[in-house]
Design a binder for this molecule. Structure first.
Ligand code: PLP
Length: 392
């Protein structure tokens, strides 16, 4: 089953697409919870989860209803006016994160761009420290903080002053930190770079070092936020409240949205130093409110923690040792470092009705919606076991 012939619409999309994406041989038409269906009615367990944008799953009734109601009330309302939905959302988000102010935007890269600008404004400095294997987005500023050379090099002459240091290495960070650094940007778990969690105490040590030099700590929670790692935000596991926190992906239940949160004492930024037409859009804010409400009134976050641990334990128990090097992650952000290329494994899983992601050339990444049913989680483990047994 499951290798679809190209439909007319797929040929059409292939003809007009920018070419920026490597597309899979699959046309997704519908989703519910952790399941998506293709154009022929085949069912897939979705461990791509909208690339991390679908923590609540597809068509979550609370998100659907919030969007429907807000769409019929007011969609377009720029931040040059006040809006009650936005007001409630900003307050709820700041309270949930223990932060003071928020700038709303439309994507992860935009959140990183804004955080870099805010750090420059707050410190009067321009240099940024980022980490090797770190991923922060693909617009020019965010790209400068991203490690992967093939993403950066074609645009190198256009990018600002960023130094990369090894992740989880506080000595190397200390070696480059001085009073010219505006901010250090870091992920609590490096997602795109291969699912590498921060070592215990690392984020706190980075924060302490930043303070010593008057640099700001920017935590990029774009992938780790909204319950993914077993707490609402991953840095809460370390008791760290950063100076700036970047959010996107699952923030709007799948609606395009991003945010930069500012700790007490960081903002406000001077008027007109930044802005966005769609930022604080009421439709996105209504979706965001529904997402926060569901996460705070259900057991989904605790489920992410317990099921993540259980899945990692079962993978370690069941996968043939010759097929993998390491199983890593936090909560339902799961990485399996293979002893082979991940691409053929992803294709074989797709043929068995499981969609998963790569994180680099040899890491298999799972980002299932937190609402995934237990039986579907175990079916994913069995499918991976089967594929790796065949391959090895
Ligand atoms: C996905 C991601 C980004 C970029 O977000 P976009 O919405 O694709 O611009 C930045 N940082 C991290 C950690 C991400 O996972």
């Amino acid at each position: 089953m499951l290798r679809q012939p190209a439909t007319e619409l797929r040929v059409l999309e292939q003809r007009h697409t920018s070419g920026a994406y490597l597309k899979r041989d699959l046309e997704i038409v519908r989703g519910e919870g952790a399941i998506v269906w293709d154009a022929d009615g085949n069912r897939y367990i979705d461990c791509v989860g909208g690339q991390g944008a679908a923590n609540l799953g597809h068509a979550h009734p609370a998100v659907v209803s919030a969007i429907q109601q807000q769409a019929a009330t007011l969609i377009a309302c720029p931040e040059s006016f006040h809006n009650p939905v936005r007001a409630r959302y900003q307050a709820a988000l700041c309270a949930a994160a223990g932060m003071e102010r928020v700038f709303l935007c439309n994507s992860g890269a935009e959140a990183v761009e804004a955080a870099i600008k805010f750090a420059v404004l707050a410190t009067g400095r321009t240099r940024i420290v980022s980490t090797m294997r770190g991923f922060h987005g693909r617009t020019l500023g965010a790209l400068s903080a991203t490690w992967e050379r093939s993403y950066r090099e074609p645009f190198a002459a256009l990018l600002p002053d960023v130094v990369h240091v090894p992740y989880n290495n506080i000595e190397r960070l200390a070696g480059v930190l001085d009073d010219t650094i505006a901010a250090v940007i870091v992920e609590p778990v490096q997602g795109e770079g291969g699912v590498h969690p921060a070592a215990e105490g690392y984020l706190r040590a980075v924060h302490d070092r930043c303070r010593q030099h008057g640099a700001l700590l920017i935590v990029d929670e774009i992938q780790t936020g909204f319950g993914r790692t077993g707490t609402l935000f991953a840095c809460q596991q370390e008791g760290v409240i950063p100076d700036l926190m970047c959010l996107a992906k699952s923030i709007g239940g799948g609606i395009p949205m991003g945010a930069v949160l500012m700790a007490e004492g960081i903002g406000p930024v001077p008027p007109l130093t930044h802005g966005s037409t769609f930022g604080g859009n009421p439709l996105a804010c209504a979706a965001g409110l529904a997402v926060l409400d569901v996460l705070q009134s259900s057991d989904l976050i605790e489920r992410a923690r317990s099921r993540g641990e259980a899945v990692r334990a079962r993978l370690r128990e069941r996968l043939p040792e010759r097929a993998y090097r390491e199983v890593r992650g936090r909560g339902l952000l799961i990485g399996i470092e293979l002893r082979q290329k991940v691409a053929p494994v992803l294709r074989a899983l797709q043929e068995r009705g499981v969609l998963a992601l790569p994180a680099g050339a040899s890491v298999l990444r799972l980002l299932p919606p937190l609402v995934i049913e237990d039986e579907d989680l175990w079916a994913v483990v069995s499918a991976i076991e089967e594929v790796l047994n065949h391959a090895a």
